[in-house]
Design a protein around this ligand. Structure first.
Ligand code: NAP
Length: 313
């Protein structure tokens, strides 16, 4: 059965983080009645943080989930609709594009992919409970809250080195905990960290547990030396995970151009290799990953989609 014109969306936005919701505000104000598909992490990375102090316009800071809720309402006010669930597969071979969600299909003339990148987690039960209570996945966002505190950062890549160095601006000491003796990070980044008197290294250690779930706040990490098997308790006020991010692009593999790590490639603004499909936010940004840059790129994708629809109704 062919869908009637009214069954076809003008623009669907995959992802309800800062990028997706900003794209929704813009496309809704252009009277395109966007449909936002919430995805498996509604609200994106902001919904996992506590206070955000670097989003312009909030001199006293704003809670990440509150900021998301405000943008959501703002988009709704102009006609944005929301759908729960995640996209399981896509067909971009002809327009309208087809998206398969759990149990139903959505057809759309244009698509904005703002599915984000999820911070890799260690897989510990305590992580879920302590995230935002001393455990963070974003040094730029949360480093400021750890003035004169003891911090551990987990990871051995460039992010861990860079974030450890950044965190010494605030912390009294930063301990880099890495599971191997060799580092994935580039030499220069390791040297910079080694030369910093506030940074020390613990290798090869894995994190067995983050304490203290009972108290609801980070107080220490229990580590295990992978060579000797010996356990050690490292008292810290904060733990930062610097073990990488994974862009949520699995369903687009082999369809949309992406780099070696799965981040979408954009051309001439927010355009992907498929005409009518645009990308915004962390799903296409392995460098900046800030709420404000995500919002900015969501705006760009909305304007690009609007122009595309006016030329290809
Ligand atoms: P990455 O290079 O993938 O490194 C992740 C690190 O976390 C690795 O050392 C890895 O250990 C460790 N790790 C992963 N899963 C773990 C787990 N479950 N438990 C414990 N440790 C775990 O990620 P990244 O550091 O975020 O860097 C991503 C990309 O961005 C890289 O290409 C990097 O060069 C680039 N980057 C560049 C800069 C810069 O140049 N200024 C800054 C940041 C990032 P193993 O090594 O044992 O696998």
């Amino acid at each position: 059965m062919n869908p009637s014109a009214s069954d076809i969306e003008n623009v669907v936005i995959i992802g309800s983080g800062c990028a997706g919701l900003t794209a929704a505000v813009y496309t809704a104000r252009a009277e395109l009645r966007p449909l936002v598909i919430d995805g498996h992490e509604p609200g994106g990375q902001l919904s996992l943080t506590t206070t955000v102090e670097n989003f312009p316009g909030f001199p006293d800071g704003v809670l990440g989930p509150d900021l998301i809720e405000r943008i959501r309402k703002q988009a709704e006010r102009f006609g944005t609709r929301y759908a729960e669930g995640a996209v399981r597969s896509v067909d971009f071979t002809r327009r309208p594009f087809t998206l398969a969600l759990d149990g139903r299909e959505v057809k759309t003339r244009a698509l904005i992919v703002a599915a984000g990148a999820s911070a890799r987690m260690l897989g510990l039960e305590s992580e879920k409970l302590l995230l935002g209570h001393g455990l963070s996945t974003c040094a730029t966002c949360d480093g400021y809250f750890f003035r004169e505190r003891e911090i551990a950062i987990i990871g051995g890549g460039d992010s861990a080195m860079e974030e450890a160095t950044f965190l010494t601006r605030f912390a009294s000491h930063v301990t880099i905990v890495h599971r191997r003796r060799e580092f994935r990070a580039s030499k220069i980044m390791i040297e910079r960290a080694r030369e910093n008197p506030k940074i020390r290294f613990m290798t090869p250690y894995i994190v067995e547990e983050i304490l203290d779930v009972q108290k609801g706040v980070v107080e220490a990490v229990r580590l295990r030396n992978t060579e000797t098997g010996k356990e050690e308790l490292l008292p810290v006020d904060g733990v930062f995970l610097g073990i990488g991010h994974e862009p949520n692009t699995k369903v687009f593999r082999g369809i949309l151009h992406m780099d070696g790590e799965g981040y979408l490639k954009t051309y001439n603004g927010s355009r992907t290799n498929i005409e009518g499909v645009f990308a915004a936010g962390d799903v296409a940004d392995r460098i900046y990953r800030q709420a404000i840059t995500a919002a900015g790129s969501g705006c760009m994708a909305a304007l690009d989609a609007e122009k595309f629809l006016s030329e290809h109704p």
